[in-house]
Design a protein around this ligand. Structure first.
Ligand code: ATP
Ligand code: LTN
Length: 357
C-alpha cells in the first residue's frame, strides 16, 4: 500500500523551515489573567520551540471599544512585558505591536471589500458584544473586527512555494473568526490568483478552560468577572492567596472532579493540574480525606510559585521602558519584513498601480 504523504515532511531535504505560528492578544486590561495564561499564553511560550513565532499585541483591535489613550499606551506595554516575562524569547520569537505595522490595517481594508455584509453580521462574537452595548454604542470597527483579525493572520502566511502551514493558536471562541479567515483567503486566491496559504486553527484539545472563582459556571473573563472571581497574573501575593482560599466550592468535603455537581472544586483541580503537571486522579488521591482547606492552601502556593517570578520580571521590564521599546521596535522590524513583502504582492494582484521609484 502506498504510504500516505506526511505534510510535516514535505519540506524535508529542502530548507526544513519550521512551520509558522501567529497569534494575537488585546491590551484591554491592566494584567492578563489565569485563564489567558493557561488557555493561550502558555502555549505561545511552548510553540516558539518548534515554530517560527509571531506574537502580536493587537492595539487596533482594542480600540473597537472606547479606550482611554494613556491607559491604552500603558496596557500595551504591560501586555508586551508580560509576554516576555512569561518566557517568550525576543531572540527567537517576533513580538510586536499591531499599530507599528500599518500593513495590518491596509490588508484589512482590502479584505473588507471581499467580505459580504451579511457574512460579517453572522459573527457570533459581534452579535453578543453588540447586543450588550446597543446599536448606538457599537462601532463599525467592532463589526469589522474579524476582518482585521483575518488580515493579521494572512499577512504572515508564507509564500505558497514553501507550502508551510501557518498555525494560529486560539481559544474555542475564535473558531468562527478563523473560518472566516480561511474563507477570505480562498476568495482572494480564487479572484486574484494563489496568494495566501490557508491557515490552520490550533485549538488545543482539552485546553484548560478556566472558570470564575466566584461563579464556577461562567468563564474567567476580564470583562465579565468580578475582582474576586478573577486571578490576575500581576496580582500581589496576599490578595491572590485570599481569592483562592475564598473560591466558591460546595458544602461537601471531598476533593473530586465532577463538572456538574462540583463545578468550583473541578475548576480548582483543573488549575492545579495544569500548573503542576499532575494528573487529576493523582490530585484526587493526594487530597483524599483532607478537606478543602489544605487543598486550597497548597493550590494557592502553586499559583504563587508560578506567578511571582512572572510578576517580578514584568515589573523589572516596565522599569526600563527604553529597553522594552527597543525590543518592540526590533519585533516590528522583523514583522514588517514579512508584511511589506506580502502587501507588495497583494497590491499588484488587486490591480493597484505601483508607485515607481
Ligand atoms: P473578554 O472578557 O474581553 O472577552 P477574556 O478575558 O475572555 O476577554 P480574551 O482577550 O478574549 O480574554 O482572550 C485572550 C486569550 O485567552 C484567548 O485565546 C482566549 O481563548 C483565552 N482565554 C480567555 N479566557 C479564558 C479562560 N477563562 N479559560 C481559558 N482560556 C481563556
Ligand atoms: N480576537 C482574538 C485576538 C486576535 C487574534 C488575532 C488571535 C486578534 N488578532 C490573530 C489570533 C490571530 C481574541 O480575542 N482572542
Amino acid at each position: 500500500m502506498p504510504e500516505a504523504p506526511n505534510p510535516e515532511a514535505s519540506d524535508a531535504g529542502t530548507t526544513a523551515a519550521p512551520p509558522r505560528v501567529f497569534s494575537g492578544i488585546q491590551p484591554t486590561a491592566d494584567s492578563f489573567h489565569l485563564g489567558n495564561y493557561l488557555g493561550a499564553l502558555r502555549q505561545w511560550v511552548a510553540m516558539q520551540d518548534t515554530h517560527e513565532a509571531f506574537y502580536c499585541v493587537v492595539d487596533l483591535h482594542a480600540i473597537t471599544v472606547e479606550q482611554d489613550p494613556a491607559q491604552l499606551r500603558r496596557r500595551t506595554k504591560v501586555a508586551a512585558a508580560q509576554l516576555f516575562a512569561m518566557g517568550v524569547d525576543p531572540a527567537r520569537a517576533t513580538v510586536f505591536v499591531q499599530s507599528h505595522v500599518p500593513e495590518h490595517a491596509e490588508l484589512a481594508w482590502i479584505l473588507g471589500c471581499l467580505t459580504g455584509f451579511g457574512e460579517a453580521g453572522r459573527m457570533t462574537q459581534f452579535k453578543d458584544k453588540s447586543s450588550k452595548q446597543g446599536t448606538s454604542g457599537t462601532s463599525v470597527g467592532l463589526f469589522t473586527y474579524p476582518i482585521l483579525q483575518a488580515a493579521d493572520i494572512l499577512l504572515y502566511t508564507p509564500e505558497p512555494v514553501a507550502g508551510r502551514p501557518l498555525r494560529v493558536p486560539v481559544g474555542e471562541d475564535q473558531r468562527q473568526h478563523l473560518e472566516l479567515t480561511r474563507t477570505l483567503a480562498q476568495r482572494f486566491n480564487h479572484r486574484f490568483g494563489e496568494t495566501f496559504v490557508l491557515p490552520d486553527a490550533h485549538i488545543p484539545e482539552g485546553a484548560a478552560k478556566i472558570t470564575d472563582l466566584q461563579e464556577p459556571a461562567a468563564k474567567m473573563s476580564k470583562s465579565a468577572s468580578s475582582p474576586q472571581g478573577i486571578i490576575d497574573v500581576l496580582e500581589e501575593p496576599g490578595p491572590m492567596r485570599k481569592k483562592i482560599m475564598r473560591a466558591v466550592t460546595d458544602t461537601g468535603t471531598e476533593v473530586v472532579y465532577d463538572e456538574e455537581k462540583k463545578a468550583g472544586v473541578t475548576n480548582l483541580l483543573r488549575i492545579y493540574s495544569a500548573l503542576e503537571g499532575t494528573s487529576i486522579p493523582d490530585l484526587e488521591a493526594r487530597y483524599k480525606g483532607s478537606g478543602y482547606g489544605q487543598f486550597k492552601k497548597d493550590l494557592a502556593q502553586v499559583v504563587l510559585d508560578t506567578f511571582t517570578p512572572i510578576r517580578e520580571r514584568t515589573l523589572k521590564l516596565l522599569d526600563d521602558e527604553e529597553h522594552l521599546e527597543r525590543l518592540l521596535a526590533q519585533g516590528a522590524g522583523r514583522a514588517s519584513e514579512v508584511a511589506v513583502r506580502t502587501m507588495e504582492t497583494v497590491r499588484e494582484r488587486v490591480g493597484f498601480v505601483g508607485r515607481g521609484r
